[in-house]
Design a protein around this ligand. Structure first.
Ligand code: ATP
Length: 446
């Protein structure tokens, strides 16, 4: 898929109300995006699919929703204050900034020198790239009315720390035994040096992270387990298998807390990039919180199977990034009966609208029947749209672009035998279903 295809996806996302530039009427806030009516549904559906697989379907993972603001000592203990940095390189001539590690890796497509003609950073004779300097990615703000050093707090750059400091709270109240996990979905903030590629890298984003606490010595096995589980999840969501791969971190890529780490990567139009990380964080975080807080975080097995500081295997996915993968992977342009159509082939589970109901004509009582059907679907918790504008063909196209899997048409025959036509977005096949059976028919397929 070309870069051009990415532009078409971005423009579709805006045209259909998936994603808008933040504060657009003021010229836009750099790298912040707002999710519109369809986008917010898509993003919630991604998060819900994750939550149901990670929390609801399992006995060994509990949910948590910790605050974005935490005690500032958390970030000293976690190592983020001293170590959550990216190497920043600035060109003294044009003032453009890059991440040194991205330049070494060959640079992303959008990381070129801004001056014409286009060349790699540093490529013009008079470019002056400075030495890399470390830049901390955490956003700072103040807690309370006084803006002084003592009241500095940080917007969390990951949800994980909330799970570590609550490890014993969750374990004891839920009466879980190790191995077990804590899952969170929530906002995280990073003052990225080079945000970009639409919603791929932003400064405010949502994470779906799970910390799995295990007995030391079993961590390598659990790491492999979670690596495979997470890949399976992406595939089962319908992401094409050949677009997904593992990338193991070499010694120079490992984060300060990690013993082993790998990325699940997706092939975006701008290259293979991380979609999710799986990390063996050892007992680094719990040991540090124990040291910095002075509180014991040792796990005492209720069945007398020992006391120890658990190791942690983490899975960390960006929800917006996974939504972008769904958009990119599902986007197709094809020809149907000599006409071009754009389709978002989203998994029905992720589709913002599951069904659209059309009256074939604006007469004979068809709109009333269609409206009634739409409201029945809504009562059955199936997000359903209604559209009576323009030809049926145009209405199909509108729904194809929104990723709606099924279109239901109420026509003259409906009045005689209470049946409607359901048209499938991908196969284009049409079936006749009884009015009262539509909700069940759709539910079965979700
Ligand atoms: P990178 O090295 O690309 O900056 P990372 O390896 O630090 O990313 P993690 O800390 O492992 O990223 O974050 C877990 C997940 O959160 C990532 O796989 C990604 O999906 C998502 N994520 C991280 N940073 C951002 C961001 N700036 N914008 C959107 N999603 C992000």
């Amino acid at each position: 898929m070309s870069k051009d295809a990415m532009d078409r996806i971005v423009s579709l996302a805006k045209r259909k109300g998936f994603v808008f530039q933040s504060s657009e009427i003021y010229g836009g806030a750099a790298s912040v995006w707002d999710y519109g009516p369809l986008g917010v549904e898509l993003r919630r559906n991604v998060a819900d699919a994750w939550w149901s697989a990670m929390v609801h379907a399992r006995n060994d993972i509990e949910g948590l929703d910790a605050g974005i603001l935490m005690h500032p000592r958390v970030w000293e203990a976690s190592g983020h204050l001293s170590g959550f940095t990216d190497p920043l390189v600035e060109c003294k001539r044009c003032k453009k900034r890059w991440r040194a590690d991205h330049l070494e890796a060959g640079g992303l497509e959008d990381a070129g020198c801004p001056r014409k003609p286009s060349v790699a950073p540093g490529g013009h004779g008079d470019c002056e790239l400075g030495e890399p300097r470390l830049f901390n990615l955490m956003f700072k703000t103040f807690m309370g009315p006084v803006e002084e050093d003592a009241s500095v707090v940080y917007l969390r750059p990951e949800t994980a720390q909330g799970s570590y400091v609550n490890f014993l709270n969750v374990q004891q109240t839920s009466r879980q035994r190790v191995p077990f996990g804590i899952a969170q979905v929530g906002k995280a903030f990073r003052n990225e040096i080079t945000p970009g590629n639409f919603i791929f890298r932003t400064r405010e984003f949502e994470q779906a992270e799970m910390q799995f606490f295990v007995r030391p010595g079993t961590d390598d096995e659990w790491f492999e387990y979670w690596r495979d589980e997470r890949m399976k999840w992406h595939r089962e969501l319908g992401i094409r298998a050949h677009k997904l791969r593992f990338h193991e971190h070499g010694p120079n890529e490992l984060a300060h807390y990690a013993k082993t780490a790998l990325d699940i990567e997706y092939e975006f139009p701008f290259g293979w990039q991380e979609l999710e990380g799986v990390h063996n964080r050892t007992d680094f975080d719990l040991a540090r919180h124990q040291e910095f807080s002075g509180k014991r975080l040792v796990y005492v097995d209720p069945a007398g199977a020992g006391r120890f500081l658990p190791y942690v295997v983490e899975t960390a996915m960006g929800v917006g990034r996974a939504a972008l993968v769904a958009l990119v992977d599902g986007y197709r342009e094809e020809e149907v009966q000599g006409q071009k159509r754009v389709v978002l082939g989203l998994n029905p589970k992720l589709a913002p609208v599951k069904a659209a109901v059309f009256p074939l004509m604006k007469k004979l009582g068809l709109p009333e029947i269609a409206r009634r059907l739409q409201s029945e679907l809504r009562s059955a918790r199936i997000p359903a749209a209604y559209d009576q504008a323009g030809s049926i063909g145009r209405r199909y196209r509108r729904q194809d672009e929104a990723g709606t899997p099924w279109c239901v048409t109420v026509d003259g025959r409906t009045r005689d035998d209470d049946s409607v036509t359901i048209r499938d977005r991908d196969s284009l096949q049409q079936v006749r279903v009884g009015l009262g059976a539509v909700a069940g028919w759709i539910r079965e397929r979700l």
